[in-house]
Write a protein that binds this ligand. Structure first.
Ligand code: SF4
Length: 406
């Protein structure tokens, strides 16, 4: 595989081990900025943070914006429920991430690269600090400055422009866009913000070539992705699979199914902002286009599997309350929307009201769509509307009895 030799994190790689397996070879070949940009664009690599924006395109915008200095930000402000892929990559393969950042800095070119790191990830901080010292000692950084900056543990702090605010010493509040960070980011300068997994793909692309990278995954979505499986599974953990692998393979062969032999009821395939899939969609390929066709999305690869003993009203209420709590509140529409959605769900949960409440959700979502500075305002919609559509028996039971059906 591309990110973990055995398809999952097994050992904490040292500097010598990384170099012995071809690490820093791509950098030592001294590729020109244009050559890096071309290879990354040809690879078809898309950002792995959830939005899936083409990486080559983002880097080209930063490189072509005639303003200096330019910056690189590796976003490890990981605070998505159930996600731990940034952490395992930084703990196990810090030099892979660092080499990706150095290559990005050479491409656009930038003179300062930041690791924006969840402030509770102390082990990652140490591992990455050591990696920077080792690379510096080996003369691999040249004039590039690399710093680590703590990311507050609130969900919205992981949004790219909120990360830039924090790096500028301000509270983690998303910025209104455009301009996008690639054109006007940190201190108003062109800034490439990508997540950890995205940077970790770059050294292999430069070392083995875009054509080799495209032998993994699908034509539209080349490469692999790390999927996080939670404690409800027999084999929880982070697993790297080629994009386009089937959800069934991940669920049955890799994850070993649900604990205690429980039967599958639903899947949330990409974190709390995705639509639920029913159990009979288990054969869907894991790539953005296939999941979109199935009515959901891949997000950042955080998988949640729910058993037939799960009340989907409880789960949906939990998600709605999460977004209401995590809204930073600077956009009135977002504040109002997330609170209303969770209040209505709570009424259903308590059995207060009737089925006309189901229609309120779509009206609230339609009214507020796009009225926020960031994507959070659109996030509660897919899980709520899909849950009501797919699991109406659970909702009807709550309305009638005010209790879970199980
Ligand atoms: S949309 Fe919501 S979370 Fe995003 S900036 Fe506005 S208030 Fe904050």
């Amino acid at each position: 595989m591309i990110l973990f030799p055995e398809g999952k994190p097994t050992k904490r790689e040292t500097f010598d081990e990384y170099r012995a397996s071809g690490g820093y070879e791509a950098l030592k070949r001294n590729p020109s900025p244009a050559a890096i940009l071309e290879e990354v664009a040809d690879s078809g690599l898309r950002g792995r943070g959830g939005a899936g924006y083409p990486v080559g395109k983002k880097w080209a915008i930063a490189a072509q914006t005639p303003v200096t200095p330019r910056y690189i930000v590796c976003n490890a402000g990981e605070d998505e429920p159930g996600s731990f892929k940034d952490r395992v990559l930084l703990e196990h393969r810090p030099h892979l991430v660092l080499e990706g950042m150095i290559l990005a800095a050479r491409a656009i070119p930038a003179e300062h690269a930041y690791l924006y790191l969840n402030e509770t990830y102390h082990d990652c901080f140490q591992r990455f600090t050591d990696a920077v010292d080792e690379a510096q000692g080996a003369g691999l950084l040249h004039s590039l400055a690399v710093s680590i900056h703590g990311a507050p543990t609130v969900y919205v702090a992981g949004e790219d422009s909120a990360a830039l605010e924090v790096l500028e010493g301000k509270p983690p509040l998303p910025r209104q866009k455009p301009p996008y960070p690639a054109a006007a980011g940190l201190f108003g300068k062109p800034t490439v913000v990508n997540n950890v997994e995205t940077f970790a793909n770059v050294p292999s692309i430069l070392r083995s070539g875009a054509a080799w990278f495209r032998t993994h995954g699908t034509a539209e979505s080349p490469g692999t992705m790390i999927f996080c499986l939670g404690d409800e599974m027999n084999h929880p953990g982070a697993y790297e699979l080629p994009l386009g692998s089937s959800l069934r393979h991940l669920y049955e062969d890799v994850g070993g199914g649900l604990k205690e032999g429980k039967k599958l009821k639903a899947v949330l395939p990409g974190g709390p902002s995705c639509a639920f899939l029913p159990a009979d969609r288990i054969d869907v390929p894991l790539d953005p286009a296939s999941l979109q066709k199935a009515g959901s999305s891949l997000g950042c690869g955080v998988m949640r599997f729910y058993s037939t003993e799960t009340c989907m009203v409880e789960e949906t209420l939990r998600i709605a309350q999460f977004f209401a709590r995590e809204s930073c509140g600077q956009c009135p529409a977002c504040r109002m929307e997330t609170n209303m959605l969770s209040t209505i769900l709570d009424r259903i949960h308590q059995g207060k009201g009737d089925t006309t409440l189901y229609h309120q959700f779509q009206k609230i979502l339609d009214f507020n769509r796009g009225k926020g500075y960031c994507a959070l305002i659109n996030m509660p919609g897919p899980p709520i509307t899909s849950a009501i559509r797919l699991f109406q028996d659970d909702f009807n039971h709550h309305l009638r009895h005010g209790t879970c059906p199980f």
